[in-house]
Design a protein around this ligand. Structure first.
Ligand code: FDA
Length: 305
């Protein structure tokens, strides 16, 4: 299985396949993980989740953008999503990827685009989360979060990945900001020089990070479908008398919907990450890599009329 995982993660960065995917639209069962190609279709899905007591995070798909105009247009799309959330009254915030907003062009360009987005979120009383991408962008993402936080405070948050050795010290570094972290295991292919190669070590570090964030009284978005870790977090919070308002669970659209519903019914804040847009290829391939059994669905869907 690691061979399959590595192959899928390698393919997730293939630019030719990405261009073809954009051209031909949602295919191969991607509809299971992607809420649609437009903001309007995604808002319908968000409303359905809200009706079940579940919050959402809208993610306009896209990454590794190389042109300034495209990055600026994508930033404008995120601002539009924030406005649409306000106008439609749905309960949702947004997540962004910095390489979508020009990080590979220049840090300054990306910061400029991010300022426009986070300023808008602040005006509307909403929230923007910086997704964490591959290791080569990690330091810049953290630096940008620090910079944005110094101007906009709690209207911006970031993701920390448990598979990286450096994450524990990043948590300490950022602690004075009382940050709102989404904590995840990590979805990219990283070498053993920077990331735990063994899943058991990632899981152990994930639990340690969750406990540390909660113990220090800061907000944790615990983003996982791993029931063992969810149960551990619930038990830890109860034992330490950590209020349910200090953390939330997050899962991805299309994964473990019954568990999402169950947690919402138990009175936990449950938020689902709802990706939409035409740039679905990289996201979809990472979901395949997480669970290579998903590839079976793809193969079946290729032969469906
Ligand atoms: P794990 O992989 O151990 O899976 C536990 C169980 O969940 C599996 O046994 C299976 O039942 C189910 N499951 C997990 N993935 C599945 C899939 N694709 N299809 C079907 N079932 C699946 N990563 C990152 O690097 N940067 C980021 O910004 C984010 N953001 C983010 C937001 C949210 C809301 C979530 C839930 C996750 C992310 N991730 C992420 C992805 C994360 O790093 C990780 O790759 C996935 O969540 C899968 O890991 P689990 O914690 O679910 O555990």
């Amino acid at each position: 299985m690691p061979i399959m995982r590595n192959m899928l993660l390698y393919l997730s960065k293939n630019q030719m396949a990405n261009r073809a995917a954009k051209k031909y639209g949602l295919r191969f069962g991607a509809e299971r993980f992607v809420a649609g190609e437009t903001l309007d279709t995604a808002l319908v899905k968000v409303r359905e989740l809200n009706d079940k007591g579940i919050l959402a995070t809208l993610d306009h798909l896209g990454e590794y953008v190389a042109g300034s105009e495209e990055a600026a247009a994508l930033a404008a799309d995120v601002v539009k999503a924030l406005e649409a959330i306000k106008d439609s009254g749905v309960r949702a915030n947004v997540s962004v990827k910095l390489t979508q907003l020009g990080l590979d062009i220049s840090y300054e360009k990306c910061l400029y685009n991010m300022r426009g987005i986070v300023a808008k979120a602040k005006r509307l009383g909403n929230f923007v989360r910086i997704d964490m991408e591959d290791y080569s962008h990690n330091e810049q993402a953290i630096a940008m979060f620090e910079q944005l936080h110094s101007t906009y405070g709690p209207y911006v948050g970031i993701v920390l990945q448990a598979y990286l050795y450096k994450t524990e010290s990043d948590m300490v570094r950022l602690r004075p900001l009382a940050p709102n972290f989404r904590l995840v295991k990590g979805a990219y292919k990283e070498p053993p020089e920077v990331a735990f190669p063994k899943k058991a070590d990632v899981d152990r570090n994930f639990i340690l990070l969750i406990e540390k964030q909660l113990k220090h009284g800061h907000y944790a978005a615990i983003a996982t479908h791993d029931e063992r870790i969810i149960e551990h977090s619930k038990a830890y919070a109860a034992a330490q008398r950590i209020p349910k308002t200090q953390f939330e669970f997050q899962m991805l659209y299309g994964i473990r919907p019954q568990l999402q519903q169950k947690l919402a019914e138990e009175g936990y804040t449950m938020r689902v990450y709802v990706p939409y847009g035409r740039d679905w290829y990289g996201y979809f391939m990472r979901r395949m890599a997480e669970r290579p059994e998903n590839v079976k669905f793809v193969v079946k869907s290729m032969f469906k009329k």
